[in-house]
Structures are given as structure tokens and as C-alpha cells.
Design a binder for this molecule. Structure first.
Ligand code: 13P
Length: 288
């Protein structure tokens, strides 16, 4: 298939009442495991890169190994820059080949968020690059962006309406009570708010903070037309715990390829069950 933007895959997902999984990968192994799972399920997928991870590798270096994974895949794959608050960095990633960008101006006043989003949109100018925006601040830590519980704001329907009208982004992440990282305490999702925003939105909505949500929560939100679901922390946990488990059980073995293979299988299994549930509504997210 192809290395593409998120535009068509999210439009199709919204129309077909399923969601595309978007996974924050951290290196070649995690990217390959996620794409392989999507290929085996024959559905599109989004590789997300946090700014911190891109900086660790370097923009061109990172794209140099992501692009072949996407181009060789048997399904459509997008590479999306997650939660970028720096317009200049977003522009550099577009120039280096990212097919999708999230400009996150949610911590600034709405007018500023709109102005900055428009500047990023202008830079796309005719290229097939999708743009995601955020309204209301999603609580928790993603990358180096920290939103404390007290600063968290549920998106207002009016703000979303204005933002959608004035920016013309391709998809929107409204804050509806999900959080980045591991949930502490009761999860309070505002399904009514999600539906209200979806009702006035001409474009697909995105669900952030996927790690730790139950099958029922995912199911309800996908029924309400959530079209992209972000998973980051679960990937990090599977990666680190996989390394730890393998190394602990094989203390005298020093073969990095076997270690990588074990971790690859853990990431593949995690991606598989999420994609299977989001797109085909089969299996369960939280089974072990
Ligand atoms: P989690 O870390 O909760 O999976 O959230 C991922 C996310 O929304 C990335 O933007």
C-alpha cells in the first residue's frame, strides 16, 4: 500500500464507525512491530513520534528508517508528529517527510492557538500532510509536556466550534477527561461532551490518553465516532517490562538479537490486540 497522510484513513474510519490505532513508537523495533501487526490484520495504522523521541535520533535519521518501514508495508501507514508545541520544529519535520503533524496550542488562549495552528497549516500549502489540533488541555505527561490535574480543562463546545471553523484542521483532539500516562483514581469521561463536539464537527475526532481505558470505554467512544485512538504509555511499559523480564530470566545470555526478538513480540502482541479491537471490534484490550 502506501506511506500516506491521515486524511483518508480517518475519514474512512469515521464513516465506517471504527478507529485507527496511533502508537507512539520509540525506535525501529517498536515501529516495525506496530506496522507488522497492522499488516497482519490488513488495516491502516499510524506511527506517532513524540518530539522528545525525534530529538533523541535527529529528524533526518529518524525518518531515514521509518520511511522504508512504511513504504514496504502492505497497508496504509502515516507517520504523525505528536503534541508539537514548536511551530518551527513542526515545519522541519514536514520538510523531512512526516506525513502528519499535531500542532498542540492547547495551553495558549484560544485566539493564539488558532493563529499558531493557521501558521502551521499555511506551511503545509498543497502538500498531502494532515494536521491535528487540540482544544482544552489533556491532563498528564506526554513527552515533556505536563498538564497538572488542576490545569486540565474540558474542551468547551463553543471553543471547538470556533477552532474548527477558523483553522480547517483535518482532525481534532478535544479534552474530554482522558489523561496521558497511567490513570490514578477514577476515570471520568464526558461522553456527552464528546458527542456534542462530534455533532458539530465536520472532521474526525481523536482520543488521547488511551492507555488504561477499558474495552467498554473504548467501545462507547468509538461508537460515538472517535476515529483515531492514541496509545503511548502502554508501548513504553511493554518495552521496558519486556526487556526486564527477558534479561531477568536469561542472566547469562548476552545476545541482543534474542532480547530484541522477545521485546518485538511483546510490542507486536500489544499493537495487535489494540488494532484488532479498534478496527474490527474483536478480542479485548486488557486481557493478558
Ligand atoms: P497514553 O500515554 O495514555 O497512552 O496517551 C497517549 C497519547 O494520547 C499520546 O498523545
Amino acid at each position: 500500500m502506501a506511506y500516506v497522510s491521515m486524511k483518508k484513513m480517518l475519514k474512512d474510519a469515521r464513516a465506517g464507525h471504527y478507529a485507527v490505532g496511533a502508537f507512539n513508537i520509540v525506535n525501529y523495533l517498536t515501529a516495525k512491530a506496530v506496522v507488522d501487526a497492522a499488516c497482519d490484520l490488513k488495516v491502516p495504522v499510524i506511527l506517532q513520534t513524540s518530539v522528545k523521541t525525534v530529538k533523541q535520533f535527529g529528524i533526518e535519521e529518524f525518518m531515514s528508517f521509518l520511511r522504508p518501514i512504511c513504504e514496504n508495508a502492505s497497508v496504509d501507514v502515516a507517520v504523525h508528529l505528536d503534541h508539537c508545541t514548536d511551530k518551527e520544529y513542526a515545519k522541519r519535520c514536514m520538510d523531512a517527510g512526516w506525513s502528519s503533524i499535531m500542532f498542540d496550542g492547547s495551553k495558549t488562549p484560544l485566539e493564539q492557538n488558532i493563529k499558531d495552528t493557521l501558521e502551521v497549516k499555511d506551511y503545509i500549502s498543497g502538500r498531502d500532510i494532515s494536521l491535528e489540533g487540540e482544544v482544552g488541555s489533556i491532563v498528564g505527561v506526554e513527552d515533556d509536556i505536563v498538564v497538572h490535574k488542576d490545569d486540565a480543562a474540558y474542551a468547551s463546545r463553543e471553543d471547538c466550534e470556533k477552532y474548527l471553523k477558523e483553522t480547517g484542521v483535518d482532525c481534532l483532539a478535544p479534552a474530554i477527561g482522558t489523561a496521558h500516562g497511567v490513570y490514578k483514581g477514577e476515570i471520568k469521561l464526558n461522553y456527552d461532551l464528546f458527542k456534542e463536539i462530534d455533532d458539530i464537527s465536520p472532521i474526525p475526532l481523536v482520543l488521547h490518553g488511551g492507555t488504561g481505558l477499558s474495552d467498554e470505554m473504548f467501545g462507547k467512544l468509538i461508537d460515538l465516532r472517535a476515529s483515531k485512538v492514541n496509545i503511548s504509555t502502554a508501548i513504553k511499559i511493554a518495552y521496558c517490562q519486556g526487556m526486564y523480564a527477558y534479561s531477568s530470566a536469561n542472566r547469562d545470555e548476552n545476545d541482543p538479537l534474542k532480547l530484541d526478538d522477545y521485546v518485538y513480540k511483546r510490542i507486536y502482541a500489544l499493537a495487535f490486540k489494540h488494532i484488532n479491537f479498534f478496527t474490527l471490534r474483536k478480542g479485548s484490550i486488557n486481557d493478558e
